[in-house]
Write a protein that binds this ligand. Structure first.
Ligand code: CP
Ligand code: NVA
Length: 310
């Protein structure tokens, strides 16, 4: 039976395991087609994507723009000053206006509700390019990377160390549940995932503040201690998180010589991750950043180009 099409790419919890797996397979297929032929078919010829950014970006901005270009379409960058989402103009009005100009909207927002409003009021697909709540594009690229590098997803244990309540941790928790991966979140109290969130994932999850939770990890993952929008909390967070740094001692504590290390980037080197680990032989930091391109292309080909999931 055909896998139902996704109307938007807002969050992983709202998609089925088949849909999430279909996107992973499409990303892999597009990546291999480009490597083999030097190009992709112009699936998005004549199509355009508006990209609204309320926060800075390197990877998300460039990979979506290049992804559109490589599929034959066009991307338009809209800077934080231009839109004034929710201040100059409401999110529903922005979405209704843009729906008359473009074939899709990708937005990076402070308030996740603005994404939900745009999806509800616009008539084109809306893609979450990171919100205060989640970062599903990142999780798709991350699982593509693990799948490529280790050769499987089901049965693996991903251990996330650091701010377990942030957008990246949330999306990894949801993604793990779609592919049969277990997750452990090692975070100080006050920075652990909300119980309601844990109820929303199908993954087998352990949450603890005990660093011995890294034993047996297949993947060790971390992210910044202070996310964009939380800058006022930076000093307080710097007082809490240092024991959770991803360094050589923590890697050794996994007792798995083959453990891989991941970070969504940008990194605050010397804070949540040390240089020797970020640049070491177990690091997947750059393959995972590069896979953002292929993951975005799968999302775009499906949502804007109607390529079915299989
Ligand atoms: N990982 C990630 O989303 O990077 P950017 O903030 O640079 O887009
Ligand atoms: N948690 C980070 C991720 C950046 C890609 C942030 O939101 O700033």
């Amino acid at each position: 039976m055909a896998i139902p099409a996704l109307p938007h790419f807002l969050d992983i919890e709202s998609m089925s395991a088949e849909q999430f797996g279909g996107l992973l397979r499409l990303a892999e297929e597009l990546k291999h087609a480009r490597a083999r032929l030097g190009r992709n078919a112009p699936i998005l010829s004549g199509k355009s994507l508006a990209m609204i950014f309320e926060k800075p970006s390197l990877r998300t901005r460039v990979s979506f723009e290049m992804g559109m270009q490589q599929l034959g379409g066009h991307a338009l960058y809209i800077s934080p000053q231009e839109v004034g989402l929710g201040s100059r103009e409401s999110a529903p009005d922005v979405a209704r206006v843009l729906s008359g100009y473009v074939d899709g909207i990708m937005a990076r927002v402070f308030d996740h509700h603005h994404l939900l409003d745009m999806a509800a009021w616009g008539t084109v697909p809306v893609i979450n390019g990171l919100s205060d709540f989640s970062h599903p594009c990142q999780a798709l690229a991350d699982l593509l990377t693990i799948w490529e590098q280790i050769g499987q997803l089901a049965g693996l244990t991903l251990v996330y160390v650091g701010d377990g309540s942030n957008n990246v941790a949330t999306s990894l928790l949801m993604a793990a549940g779609k592919v049969g991966m277990s997750m452990r979140v090692i975070a100080p109290r006050g920075y652990q995932p909300e119980p309601a969130l844990l109820a929303g994932t199908d993954a087998d999850v352990i949450v603890t503040d005990d660093l011995d939770g890294v034993v047996g990890a297949d993947v060790l993952y971390t992210d910044v201690w202070t996310s964009m929008g939380q800058e006022a909390e930076r000093e307080a967070r710097l007082g809490v998180f240092p024991p959770y740094q991803l360094n050589q001692a923590l890697v050794a504590r996994t007792r798995n010589p083959g453990v891989r290390v991941m970070h969504c980037l940008p990194a605050h080197r010397g804070e949540e991750i040390t240089d020797d680990v970020a640049d070491g032989s177990q690091s997947l930091l750059f393959p995972q950043a590069h896979n953002r391109l292929h993951a975005q292309k799968a999302i775009l080909a499906h949502l804007l180009g109607g390529v079915p999931l299989a």
